[in-house]
Write a protein that binds this ligand. Structure first.
Ligand code: SF4
Length: 361
């Protein structure tokens, strides 16, 4: 068995599951803060095998899901302007904004919107269209933001002033604090995101264990990773010894990626940001530093983000905070399905509602 397969080894999983069952001495509500974990837990078939006292909650770790209605309104505003080409990752196309409108509809009505696989593709689009302004829609967490920042540095070096970024990037640790401060969320431990942690390392999560006495485990995406992390959480709670542990050492350095953070913070600085269903979280977003204002779509194209009302009936906010399971939303599987999503959690393949629909309906 090669090393990668060993993290899926059924015998190892069986042993870990048995230990988990025998070690459980109190209920555990754990939240995964990454859409990839949401899917991994379902795909591996682990959910029904976990001890009865373990409750799996999906957190705000899917970038599309937390993109606020007001931010979608800003995309749509830009999509309607002459001389503007929007460049975006494909999963943003169907995210509903005010009145259920989305980018897919705007494109069908004639807006110039290109799906790209990286911000560098958007930069190339700007080079090919010197008479237009190309706006890259900057949505994502600490994993995405350094690449976008690096692309802005390339644009500056190449003098491509028709390249702009609408930066709605978000930061994970401030969102964890909001969840921990809300007693209704009642989260006992966090399965911390593998990808985001490759950039952050352990340090930005230490407050979770130190201040809130809550275990946090940076975890890989295979069944052995997930079971081992749950076992660490159960043991920490038993011993009342709360720590941030790096279970995903094969990908995440304890110190993260200092160079990526340096690039990210050379272009952006932190600012308050709107999260769908959660509201404004202080210092949880990234905006351009003054010296890069030429590349900031908000400033250069005078885009205003005004708070749009929430999508009627959608309970994404409750789902993303762990207060409601997707299937308890009255619209789940009825008015809201992956083919006709009402809220963003049903749009992305990594959204909690889409994962619940795909694997449990
Ligand atoms: Fe929102 Fe649909 Fe999920 Fe309900 S089922 S919370 S409407 S995305």
């Amino acid at each position: 068995m090669n090393v990668a397969d060993s993290f899926k080894d059924p015998a190892l999983c069986k042993g870990l599951l048995e230990r988990l069952h025998s070690e459980m001495d109190q209920p555990l509500r754990f939240m995964e803060v990454c859409g990839t974990h949401t899917v991994a837990i379902f795909q591996s078939g682990l959910r029904p095998l976990l001890p009865e006292g373990i409750t799996h909650l999906s957190g705000p770790g899917c970038p599309v899901c937390v993109t606020h209605e007001s931010e979608v309104a800003a995309f749509l505003d830009l999509a309607g302007r002459d001389g503007v080409i929007l460049a975006t990752f494909g999963d943003l196309m169907r995210v509903p904004g005010p009145k259920g409108r989305n980018l897919k509809l705007a494109k069908a009505e004639g807006a110039r919107i290109e799906i790209v696989y990286s911000p560098v593709d958007a930069l190339q689009l700007a080079a090919k269209n010197p008479n237009d302004t190309v706006v890259f829609l900057g949505v994502g967490f600490e994993t995405t933001a350094p690449t976008v920042a690096g692309t802005v540095l390339m644009a500056k070096q190449q003098g491509l002033k028709n390249f702009k970024v609408l930066s709605f990037h978000k930061l994970v640790p401030p969102a964890l604090k909001v969840l921990l401060d809300d007693p209704e969320c009642a989260i006992d431990s966090f399965l911390l995101p593998g990808h985001v942690s490759t950039i952050l390392g352990l340090e930005p999560y230490q407050f979770v264990a130190q201040t809130y006495k809550t275990p946090g485990v940076i975890t890989g995406f295979d069944p052995v990773d997930i079971l081992e992390s749950l076992l660490i959480m159960v043991e920490q709670r038993k011993k009342q010894d709360y720590r941030i542990v790096n279970q995903y050492k094969r990908a995440v350095a304890d110190s993260g990626n200092a160079r990526a953070r340096e690039v990210m913070f050379s272009v952006f600085r932190t600012a308050d940001a709107l999260w769908r269903g959660v509201g404004c979280i202080p210092e949880s977003g990234l905006v351009f530093r003054d010296e890069f204002a030429d590349f900031d779509a908000l400033q250069a194209l005078d885009v205003t983000v005004t708070e749009a009302p929430p999508t009627p009936g959608c309970k994404c906010g409750e789902v993303l905070k762990g207060k409601m399971q997707p299937a308890d939303c009255p619209l789940f599987g009825k008015a809201c399905t992956p083919a006709k999503p009402v809220g963003p959690c049903m749009v992305s393949t990594e959204g909690s509602c889409a994962a619940y629909y795909k694997y449990s309906v």
